[in-house]
Design a protein around this ligand. Structure first.
Ligand code: CMX
Length: 431
């Protein structure tokens, strides 16, 4: 048996016992109260989900299984000659809470490679879609089209016992993750490169292979994609994509239904689509002003955006109250490889100007940049200039976090999610 699955088999009984004890001893403790404002206001701050893969501190940002981004940049295994953590090593950490050894990562990479072949019907279906279909629609449909491959469904229909649900969920997750780089790159080359596809290189890692199949051969682009997938993987479980994945799977829907639904949520402009919106905003400003704008020009442009009732994409967050460390990690990459790129310079200048404007504007609780404020300019620098595609990158990365959570949802045998709703009349009369 593969080492990761074997490791999980060892951990799951202990975790089940830990959670059983917590629920027995603390089951009646109150951890959150809900106000009327929260019920109408997107449930902001209501503590009603449990997520062990990552945790989001408003001031410190994300930590994955207790490790910060800089810690994992140091400690997770890397590709030969690479500086970014390997996303597949990160999936191991998300699942087990343990940093894998080089040897364990190699074993896991072999597992992924053995499952990477995408069924031809997926490509046929993508080919049949209208030419102007958004890449996120294609991505979601591609994932959903493979639903018939689900081992979970097969085993469920064979009356598998609940205690074993996690195993086919793990297998389905691995089968799906292994194929995502090829599906993503296929959509890109189909839509924007006239269907000239690049075959996967069996000697490359998961993220490096994706970079290769996209057709960008600069060696550091492989490292950029490893970094990108690592950074976008998980942001605890209340965000729209992760919560959607968890909710759909709670009905015992399989990983294909669940990840396809999560991708649909990620495709909204207030969530993952903000990365394409943000670069569009920057480029329109540069086009209008004829090059790298001055700080005064950025200030005016930002006020015009706000005064026309639009949000400044890439800024603000529902939980964070400081600069997103995922923004910082991408900025460090940019300062290392492309500090003189005019778009990178503009992104940096926007960072120096916009927070003060948002503070003055007085609406956004968090005036600082989030992950989406930086990712687009790096892709643009390396020649991926089709903004519409940017959220697919996010989706491939986010699938790492959601699938890790789903395996644990099944391992802990969590029930179907079903909060209670009330009517406005009830609130008027009873609250
Ligand atoms: N520009 C202008 N106004 C903003 C703003 C921004 N960047 N961020 C928040 N606001 C406004 C909100 O629209 C809201 O206005 P109303 O009261 O008129 O509705 C007000 O400030 C309060 O919002 P908030 O409590 O600070 O933020 P929310 O938790 O409601 O929303 C988010 C969070 C991310 C949706 C919001 O900050 C936003 O729209 N940002 C721009 C889009 C973006 O970058 N999204 C990506 C987030 C990361 C991700 O998920 O990928």
């Amino acid at each position: 048996m593969a080492k990761l699955k074997e490791r999980l088999q060892g951990i799951i009984p202990e975790e089940r016992e830990r959670v059983r004890k917590v629920v027995t001893e603390k089951g009646e403790k109150v951890i959150s109260q809900v106000t009327v404002k929260q019920a109408y206001g997107g449930m902001r701050g209501v503590k009603c989900l449990v997520c062990d893969t990552s945790s989001l501190d408003p001031e410190e940002g994300i930590s994955f299984r207790g490790y910060t981004i800089p810690q994992l940049m140091e400690r997770l295994p890397k590709a030969p000659k690479g500086d970014s953590p390997l996303p597949e090593a990160h999936w191991w950490l998300l699942l087990t809470g343990e940093l894998p050894t080089e040897e364990e990562v190699k074993d896991f990479q072999e597992e992924l490679k053995s499952r990477m072949i995408v069924p031809q019907y997926v490509f046929k279906m993508l080919d049949a879609m209208p030419e102007d279909t958004h890449p996120m629609t294609m991505f979601s449909a591609a994932v959903l089209s493979m639903q018939g491959e689900s081992l979970f469904v097969k085993r469920y229909n064979e009356r598998m016992k609940r205690g074993y649900y996690w195993e086919p969920m793990y297998e389905d997750s691995l089968n799906l993750l292994a194929k995502l780089p090829q599906i993503g790159a296929r959509i890109y080359r189909m839509k924007y490169k006239g269907g000239s596809y690049i075959q996967p290189d069996p000697d490359l890692d998961w993220g490096g292979n994706f970079a290769h199949m996209m057709g960008v051969e600069k060696p550091e682009y492989k490292d950029l994609m490893r970094l990108y997938f690592f950074l976008h993987s998980d942001h605890e479980s209340g965000n729209v994509s992760a919560h959607t994945g968890h909710l759909v799977a709670s009905a015992l829907s399989d990983v294909y239904y669940s990840i396809s639904a999560a991708i649909n949520g990620l495709a909204g402009p207030l969530h993952g689509l903000a990365n394409q919106m943000c670069l569009k905003w920057i480029m329109e400003m540069m086009e209008k002003l004829g090059g790298v704008p001055t700080k005064e020009q950025i200030e005016k442009y930002a006020w015009d955006t706000l005064n026309s009732g639009q949000v400044i994409p890439g800024y603000g967050h529902a939980v964070l109250r400081k600069t997103d460390p995922r923004f910082v990690a991408q900025h460090e990459f940019a300062m290392r490889y492309c500090p003189d790129d005019p778009i990178v310079k503009t992104v940096t200048n926007v960072y120096e100007v916009v927070p003060a404007i948002l503070q003055k504007h007085g609406k956004a609780k968090n005036p600082w940049p989030n992950v989406d404020a930086h990712s687009g300019c790096l892709q643009y620098h390396y020649g991926i200039r089709e903004f519409d595609f940017y959220t697919v990158f996010f989706g491939i990365g986010r699938a790492l976090g959601i699938t890790a959570e789903l395996v644990w949802d099944r391992a802990l045998m969590l029930p179907i999610e079903r909060p209670k709703s009330v009517t406005t009349k009830w609130i008027e009369e009873e609250a």
